[in-house]
Design a protein around this ligand. Structure first.
Ligand SMILES: Cc1ncc(COP(=O)(O)O)c(C=O)c1O
Length: 482
């Protein structure tokens, strides 16, 4: 009977989106962990030593907050864990909860914290700036904004040098798509299967996964504001699949397009790398059709891929517009669009503004981030530690049938769980159970992919080899118990 209940709970967890029902299934499965038994405490002793103790925390516990104020909080708090963590401190690659417990952060606040939590140089730069002036807005000059714009432009290839600041990745992509439409006088934007570009009206159109798109089509808003973008397909042969984009242009549009937007490694979509030679061929088709090529570097930028500073460089292309956010401010809200003076001209002729975009405190953070990445050689650390991590995760694939694929590069890695390797059947419930158990072992990872069955491993770029080993050992231990 118990076995039947547990199997039903596991299956139900994969199939339902009801939060209450999911919690019920979670607690049944937690009972199972108790029955099977575990040695978490013993395992936790192996967490790499870290010379930092957070100051004592005297605020409310997670249980207190949820008991009294749950009604005010976003339901996304329950997307990952049965009981959301109350994170009260962070230092470099570690986070601390309200009980002082330490967690290895292998998600980095969704691929955002690149230098490490509360990096002293970033804090110092922010503090210096906030003590002088906190907000100016775009119609005044401020050196913190100019300093960062110049430093960012120096990281760009070609003539990409005009910087528009925004507050987030969604805003950056909205602006990039608007620029492409204004510049070309066309509406059609091509985006890719599995893409995630944001959740405002325009970017939600370019976002491919239906579970992130909501039901705006039914309200008519979607079509009124943003024609549905076309979906290119791609596989292991980049040049062959690029032909599909050419076909879309030839048979699905008037022959002209506003642009093409893509990530170099799809993050939310489940850590999917574009096939080699895909972008050069697609960019050529888009340029021929009069469109602009937009590289969404919100996740893959700032050295995360390890081999290159920007993800698009892995394909050897130079885009017309580059968008970025997340890593740019190490967690301080900031985004940017960088383009050429010729393309930027379409906005100089109009009165575009963004009240908070390019706030001096945020840009002071951005400048410190660029300096830290260089000073601490974080990009090469992402390469060395990321390669080691990927190698060890790939070895786990040989040991456990449930691992369908290990992919990505640098510190942007994905591990896909499947219940059948041939059929690639997603193991959704197991993904959540592994995440829950890894949390108990002091490791936080993310998840993504259309079915939510791909672990996303995107730690701060200061992650060490010992951290990587602990993560893999924790995953090994967890899978061995399942
Ligand atoms: C590739 C990519 N583009 C855009 C966005 C949207 O960024 P934001 O959440 O800052 O609006 C995300 C967010 O996850 C992303 O991964």
């Amino acid at each position: 009977m118990t076995r039947f209940l547990l199997a039903a709970a596991s299956r139900a967890l994969s199939e339902t989106n009801s939060l209450r029902f999911r919690r019920c299934c979670f607690s049944l499965l937690a009972q199972k962990e108790k029955v099977v038994g575990n040695n978490n405490e013993g395992f936790l002793q192996k967490l790499p030593p870290f010379d930092y103790s957070p100051p004592p925390y005297t605020g409310p516990s997670a249980a207190d907050i949820l008991a009294k104020r749950k009604a005010y909080l976003s339901p996304s708090l329950f997307h990952f864990y049965n009981k959301p963590l109350n994170i009260v401190d962070g230092k470099m690659q570690y986070l601390f909860d309200d009980s002082g417990r330490r967690y290895l952060d292998a998600f980095g606040g969704i691929a955002t914290v690149c230098c490490g939590h509360c990096h002293p140089d970033v804090i110092k730069s922010i503090t210096n700036q906030i003590n002088r002036i906190q907000h100016t807005t775009v119609v005044y000059l401020n050196h913190a904004i100019a300093d960062f714009a110049e430093a960012l432009a120096s990281k760009m290839p070609g003539n990409l040098k005009v910087v528009f600041f925004t507050n987030s990745g969604t805003e950056a992509n909205e602006l990039a798509m608007m620029i492409a439409r204004l510049y070309t006088g066309c509406n059609d934007i091509i985006s890719l299967r599995n893409a995630y570009h944001g959740n405002a009206a325009g970017t939600m159109g370019a976002t491919a996964q239906s579970n992130w798109k909501f039901n705006v089509v039914q309200t008519g808003v979607h079509h009124a504001l943003n024609p549905d973008p076309y979906r290119g397909v791609f596989g292991s042969d980049g040049e062959k699949y690029a032909k599909d984009v050419q076909d879309l242009i030839d048979f699905g549009t008037s022959g002209h397009v506003a642009g093409f937007i893509s990530e170099a490694i799809q993050g939310v979509g489940g850590i999917i790398e574009l096939a080699p030679n895909y972008l050069p061929a697609v960019y050529a088709s888009i340029k021929k059709a009069g469109g602009l090529c937009i590289a969404d570097e919100v996740q893959s930028g700032f050295g995360r891929t390890g081999s290159h500073f920007w993800g698009f460089e892995t394909q050897g292309v130079v885009p017309d517009i580059v968008t970025m956010a997340k890593g740019i401010g190490n967690g301080i809200p900031l985004g940017a669009v960088v383009t050429t003076p010729e393309v930027a001209e379409v906005l100089t002729r109009r009165s575009y503004f963004n009240t908070f975009g390019g706030n001096p405190v945020c840009t002071a953070a951005g400048l410190a981030v660029l300096n830290v990445i260089e000073k601490e050689k974080l990009q090469s650390n992402a390469f060395v530690v990321g390669s080691h991590l990927k190698e060890r995760l790939t070895a786990l694939k040989d040991k456990y049938e449930i691992i369908g694929d290990v992919r990505g590069r640098g510190m942007m890695l994905g591990v896909e769980l499947v219940s059948d390797r041939q059929l690639k059947t997603p193991a959704k419930a197991e993904t959540l159970r592994v995440m829950e158990q890894m949390k108990e072992l002091g490791v936080l990872i993310g998840k993504g992919g259309f079915h939510g069955n791909v672990f996303r491993i995107t730690p701060p770029l200061c992650f060490t080899k010992d951290d990587a080993d602990y993560l893999v050992d924790a995953m090994d231990y967890t899978l061995s118990k399942m």
